[in-house]
Design a protein around this ligand. Structure first.
Ligand SMILES: Nc1nc2c(ncn2[C@@H]2O[C@H](COP(=O)(O)OP(=O)(O)OP(=O)(O)O)[C@@H](O)[C@H]2O)c(=O)[nH]1
Ligand SMILES: [Mg+2]
Length: 657
């Protein structure tokens, strides 16, 4: 058994499953194209689904007070293959900025660093990511572990600046809570600050290539000053690993980090949380028996669990340093003793299956929704054919007069329907008007106005009450917009439902109940942001007395950028929903019109030459067979995708153990 490969094996199996699922979806799409059943909307949605599957990320964040061994643990779990320490790990504060490790094939291997000076601007880290020129990039030389280590060591770079400047960056204040108090004071009036605000390491490690993203964070206080971390990066992580050190125990600052960022009373984040009691090698005492040492480790694990109010099963003892050394030197006994393999097994067990379930269910839902429209069309075609067949069979043995009479009837029906089309056009106009009203509430323009007003209010009244009031108004306004959006979309929904019912009744087109639109998910996300804002507001406010204002503004910008993200997604969803509500009716109307024309044509032909009747009946019967085969084919394609979703992973035996 090769336990260290457990995480890698499971992750590879997960990526492999995603690839199989993608080919299943592509096969469905190819089939739809071949059968001439894909329209522009189907193409687009398939494309989006494939993209989501391809870009699917699994984000694992390491959070702790400084010097607990976050970077060392990342080195030990993910980068031991390089035969040396890749991320800088040393006593004291080492990692100075949040560091993402990922792989983006469209860029060369590199480390990209966002200068600390960008803290003077309003934009957030997420926004800066769209502007390559704001970052300083160094290429990574994959052939030389030494040169790579050198490039990566930049995440711990600091520089000496006047205190006044550090304050401007929101990094340095007065009193006990000085963010950089732990950094050595230099000469009078100067202080060391991080050179960089954020780092992105682009590195073709097999796990990163498959969509794993690792987030290394700097110790405690830096977490508080970079709102990007608390509001965006940590809430979006799939797993949060909290690290403690056996030689330090659970300190007051450890508890602060835990309570602020991980305690997890927040029902909207489902991220798994794992606590690691690191540096157990500090308990390895040659004068004690193994049993005594194990008992001491168990005791500390129990204490830790108790202090954090979590089950003992969620606490893992480990020695990152010894695990790294053991992997590099191939010492299996030491590796087992470091207990990191057990931690890796737990990580892969808890993380990957949960992620697979979510992605699988979402993909199945999307496939069903894409194919539902296709099936509705096929069924409408069958209904049309059956109607025609009924008519034509009734004409058997009848004289030309009856046929002529029937032709008149279909002609009339067609005319009535064409008059109905005028109503459809009128509906389209109302629909467009209502859609515009909807976007008045949920469109980005309304958010821009709201954010600009809040920014102005914060600047006009930079005191606790003013800032709080402005922020509260900001959130109220957003919640109101979502309530209005819900109302407006319900109105559209009612109108469309009535319209479908009417067309079904008057013209016999397929019955269809349009799906309703729910804003709940966005409201929840906004509520979560508001809660995060409430939690962090006081901490931030008390922490930095002088740099308060700059910090508050940046805090607001981060929140605004998260809200914008919610709006962007809501807008995309609304657009998709509007299409889903309108396009079946459009298609059905078009289809129905076509069928009426075909019916009229075939009866005309039969009217002109009576020999045509039997020929036409056979033709229609064959058409029906073809469509039934298409429905069967569609079922097979969907079933094939379901099979892929539930198929067990092809794991090596070790990982199945
Ligand atoms: N004895 C022992 N030392 C460890 C272990 N893990 C890490 N260390 C040491 O602890 C020190 C801090 O480790 P880092 O990896 O830099 O800690 P960090 O949590 O990343 O700290 P910051 O980057 O400053 O936030 C380094 O000197 C490591 O070698 C361990 O399991 N046992
Ligand atoms: Mg570190």
């Amino acid at each position: 058994m090769v336990p260290t490969r457990d995480l890698a094996a499971r992750f590879e199996a997960y990526s492999d499953w995603r690839r199989r699922l993608s080919s299943g979806v592509s096969a469905l799409h190819d089939w739809l194209l071949e059968q001439d059943l894909a329209d522009a909307q189907v193409d687009l949605r398939v494309q989006q689904l494939l993209e989501r599957l391809h870009q699917d990320k699994l984000i694992v964040a390491f959070v702790a007070e400084f010097s607990r061994g976050k970077s060392e643990l990342i080195n030990a779990i993910f980068f031991a293959d390089f035969g040396q320490r890749l991320l800088p790990s040393a006593a004291g504060r080492t990692t100075m900025c949040p560091t993402e490790l990922l792989y983006d094939a469209s860029r060369p291997p590199s480390i990209r660093l966002l200068p600390i000076e960008t803290r003077l601007k309003d934009a957030t880290v997420a926004e800066f990511k769209n502007y390559a020129d704001e970052w300083v990039t160094f290429a990574l030389d994959l052939a030389s572990a030494e040169k790579m280590g050198e490039a990566l060591s930049r995440v711990s770079q600091v520089k000496r600046v006047p205190v006044a400047l550090a304050r401007k960056y929101g990094l340095y204040g007065e009193g006990e809570d000085d963010i950089l108090a732990a950094l050595e004071h230099g000469d009078e009036g100067n202080v060391d600050i991080p050179c960089w605000r954020h780092a992105v390491i682009n590195f073709p490690h097999p796990l990163l290539q498959q969509g794993l993203v690792i987030l290394d964070t700097p110790g405690l206080n830096a977490i508080g000053t970079e709102p990007e971390l608390t509001l965006n990066l940590l809430p979006n992580a799939h797993a949060l690993l909290f690290i403690l050190a056996a030689d330090a125990g659970v300190t007051k600052t450890d508890l602060e980090v835990w309570n602020q960022h991980l305690a997890g009373d927040d029902p909207t984040t489902q991220a798994g949380r794992i606590v690691i009691l690191n540096k157990i090698d500090s308990l390895w005492d040659d004068l004690k028996s193994d049993a005594e040492i194990d008992a001491e480790i168990s005791r500390q694990v129990r204490n830790t669990a108790q202090m954090l109010s979590i089950p003992t099963s969620q606490v893992f003892a480990a020695s990152a340093q010894k695990a790294l050394f053991a992997k590099v030197s191939g010492d299996d006994a030491l590796l087992a003793r470091s207990r990191v393999p057990a931690l890796e097994a737990a990580l892969s067990r808890e993380l990957i299956p949960a992620k697979r379930d979510i992605v699988g269910a979402a993909s199945q839902g999307e496939v069903r929704s894409i194919t539902a429209g296709v099936r509705a069309i096929l069924e409408a075609r069958i209904v049309g054919i059956r109607e025609q067949l009924g008519e034509l069979r009734a004409l058997r043995g009848k004289n030309q007069d009856v046929v002529g009479h029937m032709m008149e009837r279909v002609r009339e029906e067609k005319e009535v329907f064409e008059r109905g089309l005028a109503r459809f056009t009128a509906l389209r106009n109302v629909f467009t008007q209502q859609t515009n009203d909807l976007f008045d509430h949920i469109g980005l323009e309304s958010l821009r106005t709201n954010a600009a007003r809040t920014r102005r209010h914060i600047e006009d009244s930079p005191f606790t009450r003013g800032v709080r009031g402005a922020m509260n108004d900001f959130f109220r306004q957003i919640q109101n917009e979502f309530v209005a959006t819900a109302r407006q979309s319900a109105e559209i929904h009612d109108m469309m439902r009535a319209m479908y019912a009417r067309f079904a009744k008057e013209h016999g087109i397929g019955a269809f109940t349009p799906p309703p639109f729910s804003v709940l998910k966005y409201q929840k996300e906004i509520e979560r942001l508001e809660r995060a804002y409430n939690t962090h507001f006081n901490t931030l406010w008390n922490m930095v007395s002088k740099a308060k204002f700059a910090l508050m503004k940046r805090f607001f910008e981060t929140i605004a950028s998260r809200v914008k993200h919610v709006y962007v997604i809501a807008n995309r969803d609304v657009e998709a929903w509007l299409k889903a509500v309108m396009s079946p009716l459009e298609t059905q109307v078009r289809e129905h019109h076509l069928q009426l024309r075909r019916r009229l044509d075939s009866i005309k032909r039969i009217h002109q030459a009576s020999g045509e009747l039997e020929e036409r009946i056979t033709e229609l019967e064959q058409q029906e067979d073809v469509i039934r085969a298409q429905i069967g084919g569609l079922e097979l394609q969907i079933a094939a995708i379901d099979t892929i979703v539930v198929a067990p992973d092809a794991l090596p035996l070790a990982a199945n153990a």
